[in-house]
Design a binder for this molecule. Structure first.
Ligand SMILES: Nc1ncnc2c1ncn2[C@@H]1O[C@H](COP(=O)(O)OP(=O)(O)OP(=O)(O)O)[C@@H](O)[C@H]1O
Ligand SMILES: [Mg+2]
Length: 251
């Protein structure tokens, strides 16, 4: 196994790329307080590795959708189906990482233990995750003393434990400077290149242009578009997405 690879912690556990869906979301609905927060949301993410960027204004329902797909909350209606050979786990990274009050190394060892990785395999995996996230130099530092960019890379390394076929990233670079953002994007692209499917929420349209293979546009709890990124940025099909990209969408 090449040392430069990040993901093949369980090389035989990955689904083969090809036709068909990894996730099929059908008529998903989520209501709270008499409001329909997600309404008849339907789309598929293909089994092919790549980066889907989820765009939409504040309050569109992007975080709710990620939490539903990640199984943290349950829908009121509709279904989320995974392809029969999807073995999980699903990795998640949020805007504000929740890290244990321990060293970087201890945070990752804890995640490896929770994932029930056999003890004899943990040292090698730990080393690979530290290299992948460029955190080897601060492995003994308290996780909460890291810079914002380092904390997000640690959150990403933790999300990679167990070789996830799907990563849900909710505005992971929202508070990072350009260099830290570039480092995080490079890590995301490398992970996608090694076979994972990524669903990433961002408000950074430059980032979306840089890394998206396809774009989902959500507004007021409804999907308006799901198109290849080149199509989306050349000419969004919906007036709402066009207005969002031009900064004139009224919520
Ligand atoms: N548990 C809840 N009860 C009531 N309303 C909720 C609940 N969770 C979310 N909402 C509402 O659902 C809407 C969508 O929230 P969500 O956090 O998914 O938006 P978002 O698209 O992620 O926005 P942002 O870009 O600001 O992060 C918001 O109006 C929010 O107030
Ligand atoms: Mg959100």
């Amino acid at each position: 196994m090449p040392e430069s690879n990040i993901l093949p912690l369980k090389p035989k556990g990955r689904q083969e790329a090809g036709a068909g869906f990894l996730i099929s979301v059908d008529a998903l609905g989520y209501r709270r307080g008499g409001r329909s927060l997600l309404d008849a949301v339907s789309f598929e993410l293909s089994r092919d590795p790549g980066i889907t960027v989820l765009l939409g204004p504040n309050g569109a329902g992007k975080s709710l959708l990620l939490r539903l797909i990640g199984g943290l909350i349950r829908p009121d209606s509709g279904t989320i189906r995974f392809s029969p050979d999807f073995r999980g786990p699903i990795g998640m990274v949020f805007q504000k990482p929740v890290l244990l009050r321990r060293s970087v190394r201890a945070n990752l060892l804890h995640a490896l233990a929770i994932a029930r990785i056999p003890r004899r395999e943990r040292t090698g995996m730990l080393a690979r995750l530290l290299v992948a996230a460029d955190l080897t130099h601060c492995a003994e530092s308290p996780a909460r003393a890291l810079s914002g960019g380092e904390q997000q890379r640690l959150a990403m390394a933790r999300a990679l434990v167990g070789d996830p076929g799907l990563l849900l990233l909710d505005e992971p670079t929202a508070s990072l400077d350009p260099a830290a953002t570039a480092a995080f994007e490079a890590l995301v692209c490398k992970v996608a290149g090694e076979g994972a499917r990524i669903l990433l929420v961002t408000h950074d349209l430059h980032q979306a242009r840089r890394i998206a293979d396809d774009v989902l546009f959500l507004h007021k709890g409804r999907i308006f578009e799901h198109t290849p990124a080149t199509t989306f940025f050349r000419a969004p099909a919906s007036g709402e997405a066009d207005a969002y990209c031009k900064g004139t969408l009224l919520t």
